[in-house]
Design a protein around this ligand. Structure first.
Ligand SMILES: Nc1ncnc2c1ncn2[C@@H]1O[C@H](COP(=O)(O)OP(=O)(O)OP(=O)(O)O)[C@@H](O)[C@H]1O
Length: 289
């Protein structure tokens, strides 16, 4: 574990299923396999891969929402599964893909943004409201949105509300799972640039999960490439995009570029045998990076 690590993952594996049901034993799906890396202070760590490669499962494990089947996640050196949600929330917050479903439609924007403070229970209502207004300003929504409801806002505005809510308790690490993929192309870059500005202002560390290669290249300092649950390549973004080492990364970059100049990860038409051969390529990363 490096000394500036906020999160440290060691040989993390997660299997879904395998439970006994009436009809017999359901098959096990290994969603994440033998993943080890540190998230260091100041990182913008990208996790990229095809649909079903295990990115969201890994993000949930990093948030302590899902216990690994094997392996360990340490937050500031303590096993995350031993920590209360409250304590984890002081350090890590998250932003999900869909600002439509992640905001409570019955709460006003002011209530939504102030809610983490309410849960923490340290501030009175007036102080929560003051901080919520301040955060709304910081994310570029004036405090006139304070009494609005999510249904009255655009997708980009709602994602700004989600960002304000995530930042109100001043966490150190923000885990963003496809933060812009539900948004119109025209507002995607505004939200991404806001995240970059906030990183400077709040000294944040990010984990950015995406299937969008252009987003990952634009945003990140380091990249982990996921394939069939494993991290097959992990390095600085410059190296991964400039001199990719793993055949899967090369395939991904070539296909992405030839399909549409670097937008999303395409559904790669690779047969099962070739996939497994690629997954077990000698450069697969099992040690901590
Ligand atoms: N709750 C669950 N129960 C059973 N299997 C699951 C569950 N969640 C995910 N999986 C399976 O685990 C694997 C990894 O899924 P995951 O959602 O982590 O991938 P992903 O890379 O985030 O994909 P996407 O980009 O499509 O969201 C897939 O095979 C998926 O079907």
């Amino acid at each position: 574990m490096s000394k500036d690590a906020i999160l440290s993952l060691s040989n993390v594996t997660h299997d879904f299923g395998g439970r006994r049901v009436i009809t017999g034993r359901s098959p096990t799906i290994r969603a994440v396999e033998d993943v080890s890396f540190d998230v260091r202070k100041g990182d913008i760590l990208g996790i990229v891969g095809e649909s079903g490669s295990g990115k969201t499962t890994l993000a949930k494990i990093m948030l302590g929402l899902l216990p690994p089947t094997q392996g360990e996640v340490l937050l500031d050196g303590t096993p995350i599964i031993e920590m209360s949600r409250k304590r984890i929330a002081e350090r890590i917050q998250f932003i999900f893909q869909d600002p439509y479903s992640s905001l409570n439609p019955r709460q006003s924007v002011g209530q939504i943004v102030g809610y983490p403070l309410y849960l923490r229970g340290q501030e009175n209502a007036a102080e929560r409201d003051r901080k919520a207004r301040e955060l709304l300003d910081i994310v570029g929504l004036s405090s006139r949105f304070f009494d609005a409801y999510p249904s009255q806002m655009s997708g980009g505005q709602r994602q700004r509300v989600a960002i304000a809510r995530a930042l109100i308790t001043r966490p150190d690490l923000l885990i963003c799972d496809e933060p812009t993929s539900a948004l119109d192309v025209s507002v995607q870059s505004q939200v991404l640039n806001l995240l970059l500005e906030l990183r400077e202002e709040f000294g944040l560390t990010y984990v950015m999960v995406s299937h969008n290669m252009a987003v990952i290249q634009h945003m990140t300092t380091r990249v982990a490439v996921m394939f069939l649950g494993r991290i097959v390549e992990m390095d600085t973004s410059e190296k991964v995009f400039g001199t990719p080492q793993h055949p899967y990364t090369r395939l991904l970059l070539n296909s992405t570029l030839s399909v549409n100049q670097g937008a999303g990860v395409p559904d790669l038409n690779v047969d099962a045998e070739a996939r497994h051969a690629m997954r077990d390529h000698p450069s697969y990363v099992s040690q901590r990076v």
